[in-house]
Write a protein that binds this ligand. Structure first.
Ligand SMILES: NC(=O)c1ccc[n+]([C@@H]2O[C@H](COP(=O)([O-])OP(=O)(O)OC[C@H]3O[C@@H](n4cnc5c(N)ncnc54)[C@H](O)[C@@H]3O)[C@@H](O)[C@H]2O)c1
Length: 263
């Protein structure tokens, strides 16, 4: 029989990280887009997942429960509200035990120009795209210390490495997330808490397809990628699981770019 190398997108059954089985995982924005793929990826490993989001996710939770016999805990929470976010972490801990994996995924890539932006809009964007990542880490650090270690994965974006136009506050926040990752890796390393950055390229989520994807821009993007394929959400799962798992035990403060080789 001739063996072939598959180049199709992975499925949820393709990965195996036994140390993630039973782990208590907290994800921001885990009910849609990349976050939903990550929720499913962790459930497929036997982890217990709690996630926060803005819109009701009961249908998604029903589907996950039917597929994995383990219902993710959805907590309605605006991550701009730090007290509510801290309360959500408390609720997740009460339901699933001390949090061993944190994925700071939620973000909003609102388009704007330099000229049309107010101080309030700047603050609002940073309050979604950068500030919560610090306070979730603060909230889960005691759990991870008690567990003897943990993993934090922050979602950044290759837009800051490419210097993309059209959303300067988001791009700034995404650069800040890499800085925050380095800083927290240093702060938390002595407690065996690892902090790494997952840096996606242009990933074909529902929201991207609805709002921004068109033939011209997608072709231009693929032209710049080494790998000539639009990136499906599923390709974010294994890198995130790897960063969460002890498979990456001695890796911290690092960017992991998954963009088909564009930067
Ligand atoms: N899709 C891409 O092409 C792409 C590229 C680079 C980086 N990223 C990053 O990947 C991560 C996920 O992106 P996505 O494309 O899946 O986004 P998405 O818009 O599809 O999903 C984002 C999730 O975050 C939640 N969210 C947004 N604002 C929130 C708030 N104030 N409070 C609570 N929840 C909130 C939304 O409810 C949603 O569930 C983000 O950090 C994004 O910056 C995505």
């Amino acid at each position: 029989m001739t063996e072939t190398v598959s180049t199709t997108a992975p499925t949820f059954a393709d990965f195996c990280y036994p140390d993630l089985s039973g782990a208590s995982v907290f994800i921001t924005g885990g009910g849609s887009g990349i976050g939903a793929a990550l929720t499913e990826g962790f459930l497929a490993q036997g982890a217990k997942v709690a996630f926060v989001g803005l819109s009701d996710a009961s249908e998604f939770c029903d589907a996950m429960e039917a597929r994995y016999a383990s219902r993710p805990l959805f907590i309605a929470c605006d991550i701009q509200d730090i007290e509510a976010l801290q309360a959500a972490v408390t609720q997740a801990r009460a339901a699933h035990g001390p949090i061993g994996v944190l994925v700071n995924n939620a973000a909003r890539d609102t388009r704007h120009t330099l000229e049309d932006w107010t101080v309030e809009q700047w603050d609002e964007s940073i309050a979604t795209n950068l500030r919560p990542q610090f306070f979730t880490a603060q909230a889960v650090a005691p759990d991870m210390r008690a567990l003897g270690g943990g993993a934090i994965i922050n979602l950044s974006s290759n837009s800051y490495m490419l210097g993309l136009g059209g959303y300067p506050t988001y791009v700034t926040a995404k650069a800040g997330i890499m800085g925050l990752t380095k800083a927290l890796a240093r702060e938390l390393g002595p407690d065996a808490i690892r902090v790494n950055c997952l840096i996606p390229g242009w990933v074909m989520t529902e929201r991207q397809r609805e709002l921004w994807v068109n033939d011209k821009d997608l072709n231009e993007c693929i032209d710049q990628q080494c790998l000539k394929e639009a990136i499906p959400v599923e390709d974010m799962i294994n890198p995130c699981l790897f960063l969460a798992s002890t498979a990456s035990r001695m890796m911290t403060g690092q960017p992991m770019v998954v963009d088909g080789g564009r930067v």
